[in-house]
Design a protein around this ligand. Structure first.
Ligand SMILES: [Zn+2]
Ligand SMILES: [Zn+2]
Length: 652
């Protein structure tokens, strides 16, 4: 995965230039597939509209595809000798564009911060507002969120934010972005909305939001588009694919999905409706690519349930299970097995407690009264054989329950010899080392460890190649947009699409900010325009957009080279120095060299400052620049290091 900032590209909104011969067609023929109208919930909010002088549509290159090797059944009619597609009117200012455009604002160069925009005649539909957890090299960053600044000035055109499911990479940015988007209406299934509400509650924003729970199969009219949520299986209940029936055709967004034919505690995906959509004609599918490079079909949750059952049946002592707090069907399985073998459930970890609470209130977790408790005093009075602890920390997170249990720093839980610790999870790439450390610690304290490496204790929530092929066979969209994944995953998805007969000009590989435009004939191609998409970081509670890159590069420099600050005192009027500057360093100099080098640094800095002053410089920033330059050269020569250098001038 790229480091943050490397994907900062396309730094401006391209102005539209005219393209000769492009056909204007402001009233695209619609072939409405939306016979029914739901309740019209498209009433406008008061608008906060600002002028928008961004560029609009314009025709783009034809796809750089060879006429593919259609091995049989590429879905749909492409007229032979396909004529140059007609493109919908270029550019209407102020958001009143016509035509259908699709562009991701996140989730196409990373797993996380998912956000997809679908524009229908200037009306805006947003699918998901997720966060991305930082990479290891994004030091100290809490998370990243999608950059929605390209929607500025068009907030009143947002007809709805549609959430596919309640995972943080899909809803986690809601509390940061709702104000920025002027609180558009939000839609999602019951649990998804409850999860989003929880995040908004934390920022006291809920009362300003319009949160609308929807049922599977319900159709909602939002402007010209009818939106429909469809059941899919994933690793959190209430996951949905979303169909948007636009005047230009139907767009299906799969959300995160797998096809589990034997799910536990929930229904399988709505195969019938997906197939029906396919039969009626789908213009484009935007589909999950996470496991596109994994062959076969994803494993069923039922397999996991069997393993868990056997472990609960056979354990002699306490059982400590660690899994994802949103994997509520898994948690329900553990509860079900506990019931059979007469064990009580104790919950540890904030997100675990919160999610189970939400799920119990909504009926997604069912347990006899009094069976589920928070860990705490009193737990010790219950015989070991009657205890199951469910905790967070299956990814080795240092602050989460399991790691603290392993280290012996958990306030309520200490591992005992004979405890069975079950990791019902897989380490996400990058977390393996941390998880191994936790396992080692637990083992040293006498626990019996069970992981997915030896037993069937976890299955993915994302479809493998077989699942993805099946999705394409059912939906038979004309165009495929692989989403949710780093470039290599999405490219594996493109291969899958080819394997079921798609041609290259039907498969569209976008990166964040790139725009796919559709003409009235249902042809699609990438616009030459591109939206600027920056890395917006959330650090503490602050949000920093363009600063994000700098903050992270600063931290990287400090982590590798340490930091040196030089404090000058100078007369305000003359700029002359008083005495020798003070040198403060962190993470750079130790022991005997510290005093020596600090002395030299002070002299080098002083000399650079004075030379700059004598050259007639008056500006503080010029002094600082001179000092920084001189010290960079000094450290490079002396220590082969590149610390962060922070000159400070105090005027007296
Ligand atoms: Zn998910
Ligand atoms: Zn996801």
């Amino acid at each position: 995965m790229k480091t943050v900032g490397e994907w900062l590209r396309g730094n401006e909104h391209t102005q539209p230039d005219k393209e000769k011969g492009s056909q204007q067609n402001r009233s695209p023929q619609s072939h409405p597939q939306t016979g029914r109208s739901g309740d019209d919930s498209s009433k406008r909010r008061p608008s906060h509209r600002r002028p928008n002088n961004r560029g609009g549509n314009r025709p783009a290159h034809p796809p750089a595809g060879r006429a593919g090797s259609g091995s049989g059944k590429p879905p749909q009619h492409r007229p032979p000798g396909q004529p140059q597609p007609k493109y919908i009117a270029p550019v209407l200012q102020g958001g009143a564009k016509s035509g259908l455009r699709i562009y991701p604002l996140g989730g196409f160069e990373q797993v996380g911060r998912n956000c997809m925009v679908i524009e229908v005649d200037g009306d805006i539909y947003i699918v998901d507002l997720g966060l991305q957890f930082p990479d290891e090299d994004m030091l100290g960053i809490d998370y990243l969120i999608p950059d929605v600044s390209c929607l500025r000035g068009r907030e009143n055109r947002i007809r709805g934010v549609l959430f596919t499911h309640g995972h943080l990479d899909h809803i986690g940015a809601v509390q940061h972005l709702m104000p920025q988007l002027h609180f558009p209406k939000c839609f999602g299934t019951k649990l998804t909305i409850a999860m989003a509400r929880k995040r908004l509650d934390e920022e006291k924003l809920t009362s300003k939001c319009s949160l609308n729970p929807v049922e599977y199969g319900e159709k909602i009219r939002l402007g010209k588009v009818e939106v429909e949520f469809l059941k899919v299986t994933h690793s959190i209940p209430d996951s949905a694919a979303i169909a948007l029936h636009t005047p230009y055709g139907t767009i299906v967004h799969t959300g995160d999905f797998k096809f589990d034919l034997t799910p536990v505690n929930e229904d399988p995906a709505d195969f019938q409706r997906l197939a029906e959509l396919g039969k009626n004609g789908v213009l484009a599918i935007i589909a999950d690519s996470t496991n596109a490079s994994v062959p076969g079909f994803s494993k069923s949750e039922t397999d996991i349930s069997k393993t868990l059952h056997d472990l609960v049946r056979d354990a002699e002592g306490r059982i400590i299970v660690s899994t994802f707090s949103s994997l509520l069907t898994r948690i329900q399985q553990i509860i079900d097995h506990a019931k059979i073998y007469n064990r009580k459930i104790f919950i540890s970890g904030r997100s675990m407690v919160t999610n189970i609470e939400i799920a119990q209130n909504l009926g997604y977790i069912k347990a006899p009264r009094g069976m589920i408790r928070k860990v705490g005093p009193g737990m010790e009075k219950i015989p070991d054989k009657e205890v199951i602890i469910i905790t967070t920390g299956s990814q080795g997170e240092a602050r989460a329950g399991l790691a603290r249990i392993g280290l012996g720093t958990h306030r309520q839980i200490a591992v005992k010899k004979g405890d069975t610790v079950i990791l019902s999870s897989n380490p996400i790439i990058g977390n393996q080392r941390a998880v191994t450390k936790v396992i080692n610690n637990l083992q040293l304290k006498g626990a019996i460890i069970k992981t997915n490496a030896e037993l069937s204790l976890h299955t993915t929530g994302h479809g493998n190649q077989g699942d993805i092929q099946l999705m394409h066979r059912l939906v038979k969209a004309k165009h495929v947009i692989p989403e949710h994944g780093e470039p290599y995953m999405r490219s594996a998805h493109a291969d899958i699409a080819r394997s079921v007969g798609y041609e290259d000009n039907q498969i569209h590989m976008l990166i964040n900010g790139e725009i796919l435009e559709f003409d009235t004939n249902g042809n699609a191609r990438k616009s030459k325009q591109k939206h600027t998409v920056n890395d917006v970081i959330i650090d503490g509670r602050e949000e920093a957009a363009s600063e994000g890159k700098r903050v992270m590069s600063d931290r990287k420099i400090m982590s590798e080279g340490g930091m040196v600050s030089i404090v000058f005192r100078a007369y305000k009027d003359s700029g002359r120095l008083i005495g020798t500057p003070d040198v403060i360093s962190r993470g750079l100099l130790y022991g005997s060299e510290e005093a020596e080098i600090s002395g030299e640094v002070a002299q080098v800095a002083k000399k650079a400052y004075e030379e700059s002053l004598n050259r007639g410089e008056k500006d503080r920033s010029a002094f600082k620049k001179a000092v920084t330059g001189a010290l960079y050269r000094y450290f490079d020569r002396k220590l082969s290091r590149e610390p962060m250098i922070v000159p400070v001038i105090v005027e007296v």
